[in-house]
Design a protein. Structure first.
Lengths: 317, 317
């Protein structure tokens, strides 16, 4: 995890900033986005963007979290470059949980061989040491903009700094010393077997329900869907155990998966993600936490998975 | 809210119980359900169960939260008894948010008249005074089994006791003095206009994504779907603003909505909900918070919307 850039802990800093906020009606999330400047956005690099085309032509766009699970992500890039994903299928749709795609063959021996260079047993890139900020007291860890303690955004990604655990009931609470990406709606992970190091990246899933945070720290999260998740989340639910399709005819074919960097330059989809180390993002989170208009009672807080980080198509010159 | 039964604060009591827990491998959630006795379940009364039949014959079953929003729920019962819902449609499917059904007519004047006796402007049954338990200190409010402070189950329903708010940064945090039902996946609410008291129950919605907790305390939650939500959550997403279907032909017809009490006795579906004021429920929550087997790192906590309260078809004699 040495490559992870620890941006300022935007969410944790909000308590201080809030105290200086004027009492005027807060802006709406849309107004904050509207007022954002070009510097408030970062592009998704073409080698970090996957384009998955389903059998019916619908497309799903996926940003890879290169810095958080580098070995898994590099495997996925190799699988995409080898066109290994072409012709696999969506095999599992479990309501309020996940959509999963991969080689549909049930027996290991019947599966497509993996391309050369794939790390067969990647390290457990499931969590990383939480920044040991001495000023991060328990109270500061309880962000007023989050329903959960120590949830935040790091470098544009939702991170769980750890649920509060009772360590010593007479002394107080302890914050879990590791952090991990959070299984928010639309996050993408690498399926694995019972042994922790068995997920190569050939089997992927995305969350289509309430964040199943019991999976955090237990499996490698490698990215998120930035557009087109509705083509997966609206698929018929599987009726077999764990939502697997019982009839092979129900499987949804995947025509191709390509890195945007492999597409001709004029055909590359271009997306921008709102940066999370900015004053604009702080204002956006505050706006999400303090909704106005139709709302009669603003929450004063927002779950890390309800921040709904703004992601948009980039204007093409 | 005088009818609300405040069951023991099961979740909040877990910290104490946990300290006495033996160190043995905790049971799985399935094992706790398996070991539950008949007394650990309560039936859903026929006058509290709605059966919604879609145009294709698929059925969705809905339990009403009579004690939390009694005026709204009584309106819904009257609408069902008058067969008012028959022939309306699902008009809105917004990804990671809600499915909404009601009279599809866009102009108020074109809508079906409501049956007699409907309270046109129900009170704002959006929240209720939080039990002022003097032993509920801030630290106890942080349940080790929840990612959110002061979330709990009351009488079988998920309740948000309030996000922690910074009241005075030098003194500590304050707990919101009101509580409300939580917008977990599958919870059902009453659509309303811009004015708070404009939701009669003729327009209903259910959550099909990550709990949109900014809606808590802002709108009346009246129940939850106990079976068949996949018939709604897998519908094609609407492409109009807020996920409304743009083409009337996309609307999904609702054939009928009936109270189970209006069906012939032999045809009434029968469900049981796990009681939440029991040792069994406490063990179930602990099992959800401390998953074993495939998991390498149990969370030690579970979000109130990830408890997944067990609900089952009752064995018919």
């Amino acid at each position: 995890m040495k490559k992870v850039v620890l941006a300022p802990l935007a969410l944790l800093a909000i308590a201080a900033a809030q105290a200086q906020e004027p009492a005027a009606t807060p802006p709406t999330p849309a107004e904050v986005i509207e007022a954002a400047s070009a510097e408030d956005w970062r592009p998704i690099a073409p080698e970090t963007l996957l384009v998955m085309t389903l059998g019916d032509g619908a497309q799903v766009f996926l940003e890879l979290a290169s810095d958080f699970a580098p070995v898994h992500v590099e495997n996925i890039r190799k699988l995409a470059r080898a066109h290994w994903y072409d012709g696999i299928s969506v095999n599992r749709v479990q309501d309020n949980y996940v959509v999963q795609w991969g080689d549909p063959a049930e027996e290991e021996a019947d599966r497509k061989p993996l391309p050369e260079g794939i790390v067969a047993q990647p390290p457990a890139e499931y969590s990383f040491a939480f920044p040991q900020n001495p000023s991060l007291s328990v109270r500061q860890g309880i962000s007023p903009t989050s329903y959960a303690a120590a949830d935040l955004y790091i470098d544009g990604w939702p991170v769980g700094g750890g649920a509060l655990r009772i360590s010593d009931r007479d002394v107080g609470v302890a914050i879990e010393p590791t952090a991990s990406l959070v299984h928010c709606y639309g996050m993408v992970g690498v399926g694995r077997g019972d042994n922790p190091d068995t997920g190569t990246g050939a089997e992927l899933y995305t969350v289509i329900g309430h964040a199943p945070r019991h999976l955090d720290r237990n499996i490698a999260l490698v990215g998120r869907i930035v557009e087109g998740i509705e083509h997966l989340s609206s698929l018929p639910r599987g009726t077999g155990p764990l939502g697997f399709y019982e009839d092979p005819a129900q499987r949804v074919p995947i025509e191709s998966v390509r890195l945007a960097s492999e597409l001709p330059e004029g055909e590359r989809p271009q997306f921008e993600v709102m940066r999370t180390d900015t004053e604009t993002f702080r204002r956006y989170v505050m706006a999400r936490a303090n909704r106005t208009g139709w709302f009669v009672r603003p929450a004063g807080a927002v779950d890390v998975c309800n921040v709904n980080l703004p992601i948009r198509r980039a204007a093409v010159d």
